[in-house]
Design a protein around this ligand. Structure first.
Ligand SMILES: C[S@@+](CC[C@H](N)C(=O)[O-])C[C@H]1O[C@@H](n2cnc3c(N)ncnc32)[C@H](O)[C@@H]1O
Length: 391
């Protein structure tokens, strides 16, 4: 009798093997697409807890509602810059719906005029996540503020396009430089196990990517190439008439991402809060991600009229939006010292560099038709001043 490993989808493994048998090999991007997005058995498409304590990883929006409430302040400023009229806010990849909930709760309380004019659209590829979002967001659905659509159904709009940890989940190609030639990592199957082999590049854009990054791949190194991210920012830039694209994710500028010392790339998998660099285990039951190349998002965005208005670490972004004042305010509301301490530890995760989300996560804000405004998120500690009890 075979005992089914509950941390792996045998159906998905069989399906991927069937496809390899039919087609010979799969590019890593095709393999990753099946692992994450197979319509029935994919990690993001099958019913499961992914985000939070019961799942595989935390996201900033799942850590505390303060994250979304601070993001809401930046979005409110964008609305003001656009003249305080009707405003479309598109969120792609909304997960459990926490970010949407906290933005909408924050605006309903702090900016009811804006809330009343807001058209929040969620683009979510996973039926399971859509269902969870609809349950969590019931009160805002009732208020007529949210709708769901596919990316292809989006019409040109003015407002903001926001995503948190979306782009790192796009399938990537894997490329290695050997004997001064770029080769692509392909996935094959030997004795019932997935194995890698090298083949010629399956898409000419894979070598163009390093020119676009202005950073050649060093001999012997491996890198992920997220072609989907290039198509995505181009399409988002075309859809946005006026406003901003706010992208929050872990990643680096090209020079840091493709630095010579980064020999093996940044591919990481998450399963029950453990990370590994092995995408061939826990098939269909683990998240597979790669750090994103913010430089190419900026370059491709520029061709679509998107100017970089802000790029920085998440901790700076949150500080600019009033993180410290809010920390002090929330702590003052907590009368039990143990709970106040727990709150402090939770919130620290959002800004701490080591082991937290403060430094590895970056924020890119690209604007169209906004000029060069003084953005709230760009305020420095010197401009804000420390709140009295944080000194
Ligand atoms: C890592 S989760 C991030 C969730 C959320 N933004 C948060 O802050 O918790 C990635 C989300 O993106 C969704 N997703 C992945 N690829 C997508 C795509 N191409 N279009 C729309 N949603 C996508 C997944 O289903 C999931 O909801």
């Amino acid at each position: 009798m075979t005992i089914q490993d509950p941390s792996e989808s045998s159906e998905l493994k069989t399906e991927i093997m069937r496809q390899i048998e039919q087609r010979g090999v799969l590019s890593f991007a095709e393999y990753m697409t099946l692992c994450l997005y197979h319509p029935q058995y994919g990690y993001y498409t099958s019913p499961r807890s992914r985000i939070g304590k019961q799942g595989d990883f935390f996201t900033s929006s799942s850590v505390h509602s303060l994250f979304g409430r601070l993001v809401a302040r930046q979005i409110k400023q964008l609305w003001q810059l656009l003249g305080e009229g009707p405003f479309t806010l598109v969120e792609q990849g909304a997960g459990e719906g926490y970010l949407c909930l906290d933005i909408l709760d924050g605006l309903a309380e702090e900016a009811p005029d804006f809330y009343a004019q807001l058209d929040y659209r969620i683009v979510e590829v996973s039926c399971d996540h859509r269902h969870r979002q609809q349950q969590r967001l019931a009160s805002h659905i009732e208020a007529g503020r949210i709708s769901w659509c596919t990316f292809d159904e989006l019409k040109p709009f003015s407002g903001c396009f926001v995503s948190n940890e979306l782009v790192d989940a796009f399938p990537v190609h894997l490329v290695e430089k050997k004997n001064n030639e770029l080769l692509e990592v392909m996935v094959t199957c030997v004795d019932g196990e997935f194995k890698e082999e090298f083949g010629p590049l399956t898409d000419p854009r894979l070598s163009d990517y390093f020119d676009l990054s202005q950073q050649p791949l060093v001999e012997g190194n491996r890198a992920e190439v997220n072609l989907a991210a290039l198509d995505w920012i181009k399409q988002v830039g075309q859809l946005l008439q006026r406003g901003a694209v706010l992208t929050i994710d872990y990643g680096y500028p090209a020079a840091e991402l493709l630095a010579p010392w980064r020999r093996a790339g940044t591919l990481l998998c998450y399963h029950r809060h453990e990370s590994s660099d092995n995408p061939y285990q826990h098939i269909g039951c683990q998240d597979i991600t790669a750090h994103i190349n913010f430089s190419v998002l900026e370059t491709v965005g520029r061709d679509q009229g998107l100017e970089t208005l802000y790029f920085g670490e998440q901790y700076r972004f949150l500080m600019g939006l009033g993180f410290l004042e809010e920390l002090v305010r929330l702590q003052a509301l907590e009368t039990d010292p143990q709970r106040a301490q727990a709150l402090r530890m939770t919130l620290k995760n959002l800004i701490m560099p080591d082991g937290g989300m403060g430094e590895s996560f970056k924020v890119l804000l690209q604007g169209k038709g906004l000029g060069t405004p003084d953005l709230l998120c760009a305020r420095t500690i010197r401009e804000i001043g420390l709140p009295p009890s944080a000194c």
